[in-house]
Design a protein around this ligand. Structure first.
Ligand code: NAD
Length: 245
């Protein structure tokens, strides 16, 4: 018997989201996994997860409010109105540009994908959680949301927004026994960092006291640890950055 009936992980076709989904599968009866486009990678992830639990892979651009409404209609139907026990807002994109080169559409894409998506998904998920007086929400933020990164103003602003959103919503939902926290990873070894050359990666690793990037297993372990922590843990931004900050 699994501990939780249902969970959704966004951005689960690869990287941190896929690792979280794989780890959560051990404790969740039905797992919804979502990404925006990469249906083949999502199906591959689903094949791995299926060895552990029931999985439903769905394409959804979580930066699109209407698409998120459709996604939650589908979750409602699939769960006979039960909704989600666990929501993991992990989908995100980076944008490495000087502010002077950042166009309106870059700004909107990053804010919509990294921050508005969290708003759309939390708003859609909370009704069923409030009805059941139980639920867990984990937002995947970034250490740059706390300290800011040069040439990543839009990204840092979006993650700072996720942190503030998390703290506010935690206060709103704590009386309904719904915990809302954020995992704020440091540099993690995923395709998101593939724009860096090997030399740039080595230089960045040297700046990290632990001397290396985190791996996705570590991020997933921390995510599931937060999701299964005592109910009194809420409104926290939990940074795991190899001692960088
Ligand atoms: P990744 O690029 O490997 O994977 C991102 C996932 O998000 C993919 O599955 C992609 O399809 C999905 N996605 C992107 N836009 C989407 C959209 N509009 N709708 C639905 N899905 C969408 O990235 P990652 O490194 O695994 O990052 C996961 C999360 O962790 C992100 O929120 C990222 O900001 C955060 N993070 C990453 C690092 C890092 O160094 N890799 C550090 C701190 C925080």
């Amino acid at each position: 018997m699994k501990e939780y009936k249902t969970a959704l992980v966004t951005g689960a076709s690869r990287g941190i989201g896929k690792a979280i989904a794989l780890k959560l599968a051990e404790q969740v009866g039905t797992l919804f996994i979502v990404c925006s486009r990469s249906i083949d990678s999502l199906k591959d992830a689903a094949d791995e997860i299926r060895t552990k639990t029931k999985v439903i892979p769905l394409i959804c651009d979580v930066s699109d409010s209407a698409a998120v409404t459709q996604l939650f209609d589908m979750i409602d139907r699939e769960t006979n109105g039960y909704g989600l026990d666990i929501l993991v807002n992990n989908a995100g994109i980076s944008c490495t540009k000087l502010l002077s080169d950042t166009r309106d559409k870059d700004w909107r894409r990053v804010i919509d994908t990294n921050l508005s998506s969290v708003f759309y998904c939390c708003r859609a998920a909370q009704g069923a959680m409030i009805r059941r007086q139980s639920g867990r929400i984990l937002n995947v933020s970034s250490m740059w949301g706390q300290v800011g990164a040069s040439m990543e103003v839009a990204y840092s602003a979006s993650k700072g927004g996720v942190d503030a959103f998390t703290k506010s919503l935690a206060k709103e939902l704590a009386p309904s026994n719904i915990q809302v926290n954020a995992l704020s990873p440091g540099v993690t070894d995923t395709e998101m960092n593939d724009h860096l050359t090997d030399e740039e990666k080595a230089a960045l690793a040297e700046e990290i006291p632990s001397g290396r990037f985190a791996d996705t297993e570590e991020a997933a372990g921390m995510a599931v640890g937060i999701l299964t922590a005592p109910d009194y843990l809420t409104g926290q931004i939990i940074r795991m950055d190899g001692g960088m900050i």
